[in-house]
Design a protein around this ligand. Structure first.
Ligand code: HEM
Length: 364
């Protein structure tokens, strides 16, 4: 596709890179766009109950989520609370989001370090959000996904891909004990936690955050989370079965911008996956595309082979290049919103509580 036809493509409902490209159509050259997978240009799949709801049955939240997932609207927002009622007041009890403002505040205190960068707990929360929601595929329907089972079902913690999540799972048990009597679900705590952690990381996107997910105490189906040894085609197929196409996969992998591996290679425990693990920046993409990484950085084998894969390379290059930070924030937010709703079949009844999130740190 030529750069000149991007606007036409977007007007036709093709959603790729929408906001960023609309803002600055010259920001990416056509060769980058041409390399993208055909699945990235198609309108993206609907998930959960959005698949069968008719427009007139859809709540405003469903319309909003649909417009983000399918029409390419931005999943980032700066909406914030004007006046938060006191926690134990009747006004707070009437407002679904009120308690979440207090929870998000408590979470951000743990996720922001004294130096302003995001902490180990923040990294853990971002990864836990993926590992709870990501244990789902189109074949599992309403079993698995963003349902809190990673904490509620102890068996999940014995699974190899979940190694390293023990501390954050303990933290979620603590928060659940503290907040569940306000009617808060574990599934929502985990996804809100991931979004609070992401925006607390300097330069991190402020992703729209919805609450009302239902919990499941049954262990999620096994074998649906990737291994760093998986060949790239397997990982791409695994994410596609979660309705996540290569561009979104490339965006999600950027969460390793804040990562420090501990168990994959214990001899280098604590080694980051880019040089700035406390900051949500695009260095991860640049350092995975480079022939060699700096000695302090430990690249995961899956990141290296996925960065080179023809279906992901164009996105890695675009995120690493000029304007890449804004582009990545836009694509990550959309992809993470989708991920955070996998296996959720009551999207129509969710509440938009984006206004409880802390503000973004736009400069670092
Ligand atoms: C191909 C897909 C992926 C693979 C194979 C993978 C694998 C891994 C591995 C091996 C680690 C290090 C664990 C350790 O040794 O301590 C890790 C850490 C991490 N991953 Fe992934 N990951 C993938 C995708 C994702 C996605 C989609 C997200 C989030 C959206 C994510 C978020 C994180 C975070 C934040 C950490 C750091 C955790 C910490 O520092 O405690 N990963 N990942």
């Amino acid at each position: 596709m030529k750069a000149s036809s991007i606007a036409t493509a977007l007007a036709g409902g093709i959603t790729m890179f929408s906001a960023a490209v609309q803002a600055d159509p010259g920001m990416m050259n056509s060769s980058v766009l041409e390399g993208l997978h055909e699945a990235d240009w198609r309108p993206q799949e609907l998930i959960g109950d959005l698949q069968w709801l008719r427009p007139r049955q859809m709540s405003p939240v469903s319309h909003l989520i649909r417009s983000i997932l399918v029409d390419g609207f931005d999943a980032q927002s700066n909406e914030h609370y004007q006046h938060v009622p006191p926690l134990r007041s009747a006004a707070c009890a009437r407002d679904t989001c009120c308690v979440w403002w207090y929870i998000a505040k408590e979470m951000s205190q743990l996720f922001r370090g004294t130096d302003g960068q995001c902490t180990d707990a923040a990294r853990g929360a971002i990864r836990a959000g993926f590992h709870d929601a990501g244990a789902w595929s189109k074949t599992t329907g309403d079993f698995g996904g963003a349902d809190g089972s990673i904490v509620h079902a102890p068996e999940e913690m014995l699974r190899r891909p979940n190694k390293g999540l023990q501390e954050i799972v303990q933290q979620y048990k603590f928060w659940y004990d503290r907040w569940s009597h306000f009617g808060v679900s574990m599934a929502d705590l985990i996804q809100m936690g991931a979004n609070v952690a992401t925006v607390v990381c300097p330069l991190g996107p402020r992703i729209r955050s919805f609450v009302g997910r239902r919990d499941n105490f049954k262990p999620a189906p096994d074998g649906l989370l990737p291994s760093p040894f998986d060949p790239p085609d397997k990982v791409i197929a695994m994410f596609s079965a979660k309705t996540i196409q290569p561009l979104s996969l490339a965006a999600l992998l950027g969460a390793h911008s804040t990562s420090r591996q501990r168990f994959f290679n214990p001899a280098r425990a604590g080694a980051p996956q880019d040089s700035t693990p406390g900051v949500w920046d695009v260095l991860f993409y640049r350092q995975n595309l480079a022939a060699r990484s700096p000695p302090d950085v430990f690249r995961l084998p899956s990141d290296v082979v996925l960065a080179e894969h023809p279906l992901l390379f164009p996105a890695f290059k675009a995120f690493a290049g000029p304007g890449g930070q804004a582009l990545w924030a836009h694509e990550y937010a959309r992809a993470y919103l989708r991920l955070s709703l996998l296996g959720v079949f009551n999207i129509n009844n969710l509440t938009d509580c984006t206004r409880v999130l802390p503000p973004r740190t736009l400069k670092w």
